[in-house]
Write a protein that binds this ligand. Structure first.
Ligand code: NAP
Length: 528
């Protein structure tokens, strides 16, 4: 049952009077359950409890944290169809997608459990002393990663499970040893409530300290703002708009003690199609891209919103084929009326720009809260002169840029903002002729794709989901995969510390049998 209360550590709490309901976009009605927004007092209670929990939780062994992460996965799974039904009611997404995303969420939690159990994530580095070094003796120095402190997580509207309450950011922070406070996303607060209940159940059953996890409801920016400014909060994970991510980043930077905000934000995910590929398989590429642009009603951060090609018969054929294909696809429901409204408004604004041509716009009447997909085109000259055209239209929308020549294509890429992904579509051996373009693209993105589509983000250690600003606020990190734990740790060096007082990861006898860098050599050997 969804009581709609906040989870302040292990307690349910509803001290405030402001309530809100989530919305079923398919039925165009409010959902039954009523959520109570957290008040400042509850935010501070959660942060104080988390700071207290940090003292013990951050010292727990990999085994103990792994047990907790696995228990969270089990409890989420045990929610069964109730969770999937609430998810669908709050998003309009089919139950199959809900089940798929749940699988991904459980997979992430269990992968992080294995990751912390294996222990190598601490990146232990040991430089043993050389007391007789001339002219000065060398001290014994041992370094490892430790948890940064309480992490606040702002979940994504478009991934209610995999990038929300118990999603990637939460799993990474808990794995690192950081307590987590989730600022629940108002569009799927019921789903968030159920998942939070599962986490608390797992925390109690795994003997975790009270406050290791809290979940706060809000339908407005105040709760998030208070959280980010709380002195007990030490880092933030965010997925959402550039406006929201940037506002929180600025707020965190203005604190007396500034803290890192790892925000994963907007991206148009440029796709560059080379001439030979256009000439030989324009229709096939168009078919693939019509599907990618409309996948999940275009509500993916890796949606291909910008397609770049050099003027040619092949590009004309591609544009014609894409225009035909895209309107063949049945429109689908967006997550929330606000998103449909924003999509239609942003699309109309882009379309109103000088020199922009609408190639295809789904004209037929669509059901309420469904999005009409659209493809537009513009010349390279106009695109270069108008930065508005570089902005993301979140939804099933893409802009094709007809470049005058190779130089202009390169200039356009050099002028793009940072992106999550960049894609090259090329025929065999063609890519060799465009190394400068490929280099330019690689410098703007976190992931570069060859002959594929950017939609579909595999969760594995080699994935980079991030990129130069504004794709993310720190291009050195990924938000997906086990390396995302690195956002929530900091390195600490122990100098001349007695062996028995060192953390296990740094002891001579290597009781955790982890891989360590010992005097420049990667080894799991003990130090004699
Ligand atoms: P959003 O408006 O950025 O909101 C995300 C979360 O941050 C919400 O919980 C929101 O709280 C909070 N928030 C936003 N601005 C804030 C501020 N100034 N101070 C404190 N908290 C703030 O994004 P969204 O509602 O999830 O989706 C809207 C847009 O985000 C989309 O149209 C799309 O452009 C973008 N988006 C990008 C991705 C991506 O992966 N890159 C994913 C999803 C969405 P409240 O809602 O309670 O105000």
């Amino acid at each position: 049952m969804i009581t709609g209360k906040n989870h302040i550590g292990n307690q349910l709490s509803a001290k405030g009077t402001k309530t809100f309901k989530t919305f079923n976009p398919l039925l165009n009605i409010e959902n039954d359950w009523e959520m109570t927004e957290a008040i400042a007092e509850e935010v501070n209670e959660a942060a104080t409890l988390a700071a207290e929990a940090f003292k013990t939780y951050s010292k727990f062994s990999g085994y103990k944290k792994a047990k907790f992460l696995n228990a969270i996965a089990d409890e989420i799974e045990a929610l069964g169809d109730t969770l999937l039904d609430v998810y669908s009611s709050e998003t309009g997404l089919p139950k199959g997608r809900a089940a798929g995303e749940r699988g991904r969420t459980l997979g992430q939690l269990r992968t992080f459990a294995n990751h912390v159990k294996a222990g190598n994530w601490v990146e232990a580095s040991i430089d043993t002393a050389q007391p007789k070094r001339d002219p000065l003796p060398k001290v014994d120095l041992r370094k490892m990663n430790v948890a940064i402190g309480t992490v606040v997580v702002f979940g994504a509207s478009n991934f209610p499970l995999a990038y929300s309450t118990a999603g990637g950011d939460t799993a990474a922070a808990l794995a690192a040893g950081c307590p987590v406070i989730v600022k629940s996303h108002p569009m799927h607060a019921g789903t968030g409530y159920l998942v939070a209940s599962a986490i608390i159940k797992a925390a109690i059953n795994s003997d975790m300290p009270n406050g290791v996890f809290s979940n706060l409801n809000s339908n407005g920016i105040e709760v998030g703002q208070i959280l980010v400014q709380n002195r007990n909060v030490k880092a933030v994970g965010f997925t959402g708009s550039i406006k929201g991510g940037r506002a929180l980043y600025d707020l965190a930077a203005k604190r007396q003690e500034p803290i890192p905000v790892f925000a994963e934000m907007g991206s148009v995910n440029p796709v560059v199609i080379f001439p030979k590929a256009l000439k030989s398989r324009a229709a096939d590429i168009a078919k693939t891209y019509a599907k990618s642009i409309t996948l999940g009603t275009g509500q993916f951060c890796t949606n291909p919103g910008l397609i770049l090609g050099i003027k040619s018969e092949g590009l004309t054929n591609f544009v014609n084929a894409l225009s035909k294909e895209i309107v063949q696809i049945e429109p689908s429901c967006m997550l929330h009326p606000n998103l449909v409204e924003a999509y239609e408004k942003n699309k109309a604004y882009i379309i109103s720009q000088n020199g922009l041509k609408v190639l295809a716009d789904y004209k037929t009447e669509v059901k309420i809260n469904y999005a009409r997909q659209a493809v537009t085109a513009v010349s390279g000259n106009i695109f270069l002169d108008n930065p508005t055209l570089h902005q993301e239209v979140f939804g099933p929308f893409s802009l094709v840029v007809r470049c005058e020549n190779e130089n202009q294509l390169q200039e356009i890429i050099l002028n793009l903002e940072g992106q999550l992904t960049g894609t090259i579509i090329s025929d065999d051996n063609e890519i060799q002729n465009y190394s400068e373009i490929v280099n330019a693209l690689q410098n703007r993105v976190g992931r570069i794709i060859f002959n594929g589509v950017p939609t579909g983000v595999e969760v594995c250690p080699s994935m980079v989901h991030g990129g130069p600003y504004p794709a993310s606020t720190d291009s050195r990190f990924t938000a997906v995969g086990v390396d995302s734990i690195k956002r929530f740790v900091r390195p600490v060096s122990y100098q001349d510390w007695p062996n028995d007082l060192l953390p296990d990861a740094l002891k001579n006898e290597n009781p955790l049998s982890i891989l360590r860098n010992v005097n420049g050599q990667l080894t799991s050997e003990i130090i004699k």
